[in-house]
Write a protein that binds this ligand. Structure first.
Ligand code: PLP
Length: 282
């Protein structure tokens, strides 16, 4: 693939980083994953805005304006002839410099982005899947989309080893979010999810789900729920740019009501598909 590196387009084999790179040594950087449907970016504004918020929070100076970055990302799709479904990964780190925890002086940030073909997981979206609870071992600033993903990686691996599609993270029993998704519970026709505070990532799909709920007259309640509340839930689902709106049918090995996707979840799934201009998952 052709990679966007700073403001240049390179063949991926030409992209080399020095061994003293702060993303590699400290996880000193942030990233985004943006979905592409039919050759068009979905929720591009939301992702770019969040990237700029993350970058500001860790005191990196963004080398581009938002408009400039959008133009470069557009060219990335053209150069790779991406006209189908894909995801674009972008990351920016503080740069390359002699290893020292404190910020190096006069260092230039390292930025790159690439597109990867990606297909929707239609069976999971249609049938739903199982999740398990897992302690949230992350720091207090998960609103920053940081490269430090070790707690997320370990939780996801444990989920995988237990035949689950996601680990639902909790702090002392209070559900924060998934290891790479936002988590929601439906009860008495209302959607509950953790408030968009600093300890969760403010998902771009989450923002959209709030809008869909408004449009559909479904109360969207930003109130954290507990692991114990899940056994009394009518429905559960997760969202992210890669999983869209995916129903959860089993939690810690137990069925959520009938063990099949719920009605409210389906409505939100259809709303997502309509908004993104994509066919119904079946
Ligand atoms: N929460 C975490 C921890 C994530 O890693 C992600 C995305 O990967 C999300 C939530 C969902 O964010 P978005 O909807 O912007 O993809």
């Amino acid at each position: 693939p052709i990679i966007l590196s700073d403001k240049e387009f390179l063949n991926h084999e030409e992209l080399h980083y020095p061994f003293e790179e702060r993303g590699l040594q400290f996880g000193d950087g942030v990233y985004e994953v943006i979905r592409v449907y039919d050759g068009n970016y979905y929720l591009m504004e939301e992702h770019i805005d969040r990237l700029f918020r993350s970058v500001e929070a860790i005191k990196i100076t963004m080398p581009y304006s938002k408009e400039e970055l959008k133009g470069l990302l557009q060219q990335l799709l053209e150069k790779n002839q991406v006209d189908l479904d894909a995801k674009v990964y972008l990351q920016i780190t503080r740069g390359s410099a002699a290893r020292d925890h404190a910020f190096p002086v006069d260092v230039k940030p390292n930025f790159y982005a690439y597109a990867q073909e990606f297909s929707r997981n239609l069976p999971a979206m249609w049938n739903g899947g199982s999740v398990m609870s897992h302690p949230d071992h992350r720091w207090d600033w998960c609103y920053i989309k940081s490269l430090n993903l070790l707690p997320n990686v370990l939780a996801k691996q444990e989920a995988k080893e237990n035949g689950c599609m996601e680990a639902i993270l909790h702090k002392d029993g209070v559900v924060t979010e998934g290891s790479s998704s936002n988590a929601y519970l439906v009860r008495d026709g209302k959607v509950y999810t953790h408030p968009a505070k600093k300890n969760i990532l403010h998902g771009c799909v989450r923002m959209r789900v709030e809008q869909f709920c408004d449009d559909l007259g479904i109360p969207f309640v930003e109130e954290a729920f507990r692991v114990d509340d899940i056994q009394h839930a009518d429905e559960m689902f997760i969202t992210s740019s890669t999983t869209e709106v995916t129903p959860v049918t089993h939690f810690d090995g137990k069925k959520i009501t009938t063990g099949s996707p719920g009605e409210v979840t389906r409505k939100l799934q259809y709303a997502y598909e309509k908004d993104a201009g994509i066919p119904t998952a079946k």
